[in-house]
Design a protein around this ligand. Structure first.
Ligand code: SF4
Ligand code: SF4
Length: 381
């Protein structure tokens, strides 16, 4: 059987239409070569929510019988190509319907290809990606992450640029001429065809060996067996009153031990504790109660819980005390306050490195998801 499976991992709502264009485009291009296919979203991610990683799939087969056999499963357990339309997803994928964090390359077959849109190089992204026991390829489509809002689609050619590289990384799907014909039929736009062609030529492809990447075991927990189920419908609440950190004066609110949310984030706040006035506004306004109160009365965004909305940056009254920075610039979720307390001088250097290239204006995550508009991108089209 020669069924070919492609998954698109995207940010819920913000990239839903982009993912749909890609999966639908795959099926339409395959049909140009007499194949059959189906594109669908993953049921378990409904209702889709802002930023929460979600998936759409495109399955292509030689004929209807083969397609039906492939579709007799809930979702593909192996894919030939994984497409991540936001490079911060390289850190892992935590859907609210799954349990724990899944590596972005989890479903990829041996020698399959992970296609990522990014302004970084493969060498910058590989350390974020969990190791895989078998080799695979990373294919980089250079560009800023394409985000749009609810019901809005950003027509910046990201869809056709990704479709354009598929004949290069998975020639068994379809040829370049089929994808170009599909683009002409769907959009009647020569510029889009040119973008797809250019992308085919310029995509950076690099083999990733099993000893490369993040060696950490992704966050997971044991799901209860059916014998452990309680009668009736039980929805566990966060414990009343929160939990104390265990040292004088510190306070950490109770949080779900199962749904962490940090994979939702495309930017994270970095905090300058030297200018913080302890005004409490970030702590009060954070919609997700992400701030821990430190024993010395500072407010630190807990990186296990922060979803990167940017509200804390927007409400902080002190200039550059809170700055949103793209998530790909961080290797872990370590405590900024502990880093600052351990060595204030080196924290100042670390902070400067993170924020000095940021523009003067506040980002507020809702307006500048991922990257600032002014951040430079190599022009590819
Ligand atoms: S970005 Fe700030 S306000 Fe938003 S979830 Fe994170 S800590 Fe809370
Ligand atoms: S809003 Fe800014 S100044 Fe106020 S406590 Fe938070 S970080 Fe400090």
């Amino acid at each position: 059987m020669s069924t070919i499976a492609v998954e698109v991992i995207y940010r819920g709502i913000f990239q839903k239409t982009l993912a749909k264009h890609i999966t639908r485009g795959i099926v339409l291009a395959a049909r140009k070569e007499g194949k059959v296919g189906v594109a669908f979203g993953r049921y378990g991610d409904s209702p889709e929510r802002n930023g929460i990683p979600a998936k759409q799939f495109a399955i292509v087969a030689e004929d209807d019988d083969e397609l039906q056999i492939s579709m007799a499963q809930y979702e593909p357990t192996q894919v030939d190509v994984t497409i991540a339309v936001d490079d911060t997803l390289c850190k892992g994928v935590e859907s609210w319907a799954w349990y724990g964090l899944q590596p972005v390359n989890k479903l990829l077959k041996e020698n399959g290809t992970l296609v990522v849109t990014s302004i970084h190089n493969p060498e910058d992204l590989i350390p974020h990606i969990h190791r895989k026991e078998v080799p695979y390829n990373i294919a980089l489509v250079k560009g800023k992450t394409s985000f749009a809002g609810l019901w809005v689609y950003k027509d910046d050619h990201t869809d056709v640029r990704i479709l354009g590289v598929l004949p290069r990384v998975a020639p068994q799907l379809f040829s370049s001429s089929s994808i170009e014909q599909m683009i002409r039929d769907e959009w009647n736009d020569d510029l889009k065809v040119a973008s797809a062609e250019r992308s085919f030529e310029k995509v950076q492809i690099r083999k990733v060996k099993p000893d490369e990447g993040n060696s950490e075991t992704p966050y997971s927990f044991t799901m209860p067996g059916w014998k452990d189920m309680e009668e009736g419908l039980v929805v566990r609440a966060v414990p009343n009153g929160g939990q104390y950190e265990g040292h004088d004066g510190g306070y950490r609110p109770g949080r779900s031990p199962y749904f962490k949310k940090f994979a939702t984030r495309t930017m994270r706040p970095v905090i300058d504790f030297t200018t913080c006035t302890k005004c409490t506004l970030c702590w009060l306004q954070c919609p997700d109660s992400c701030f821990d109160v430190t024993p010395d009365g500072y407010y630190e965004a807990n990186m296990e819980a922060c979803c990167g909305c940017g509200v804390c940056e927007a409400v902080c009254p002190v200039d550059k005390c809170v700055t949103m920075v793209n998530e790909s610039e961080f290797a872990d979720n370590a405590s900024q306050w502990e880093m600052w307390r351990a060595d204030k001088e080196s924290y100042a250097g670390w902070l400067k490195g993170k924020i000095e290239s940021r523009p003067e204006e506040r980002s507020h995550g809702f307006h500048h998801r991922g990257q600032y508009e002014s951040e430079k991108v190599e022009q590819t089209d």
